[in-house]
Design a protein around this ligand. Sequence first.
Ligand SMILES: O=C(NO)N[C@@H](Cc1ccccc1)C(=O)O
Ligand SMILES: [Zn+2]
Length: 156
Amino acid sequence: SQPLPIALVGEAILKEHAIEVRDFDTALSQLAEQMALSMVAANGVGIAAPQVHSPLALFIMASRPNERYPDAPLMDPVVVVNPQILSASAELVSGEEGCLSVPGQRFSIWRHQTIVVRYQDLAGHWQQTELTGFIARIFQHEFDHLQGITLLERSQ
Ligand SMILES: O=C(NO)N[C@@H](Cc1ccccc1)C(=O)O
Ligand SMILES: [Zn+2]
């Protein structure tokens, strides 16, 4: 199967608030698979459903060292559905981010160093965990996309 086209900043889909996922069916799993394929094709470490023109509250985090982020920690890819940020550290950290919807550009962005998050997996089971550093950064970046926010609105 082919990677899905990725929406570019300026497209309306990237400004919309994502819709809560209610059906944890095979269509959802197939969408997640297509998103992962599209993310890898673009050398991404994360991707949100609106970026592949789907308005659902769903994203993938898949940090791994690559040429775009040589210092990225290695983690098993995580599919995040209906995410919530329960708490966020007062401590902020500035770091470099890219966005597949703003190709070829990098931005220096402030993010919370640590966040406690809750989300459902592809089976609909609730997960809760604390994230910190680059992985917390990816989560906040993707979570923003589900609120119709891109890093352009956060660039310092
Ligand atoms: O555009 C996306 N996801 O929405 N992908 C970004 C994700 C990201 C987030 C935070 C820091 C670095 C990178 C990417 O460059 O792979
Ligand atoms: Zn992005």
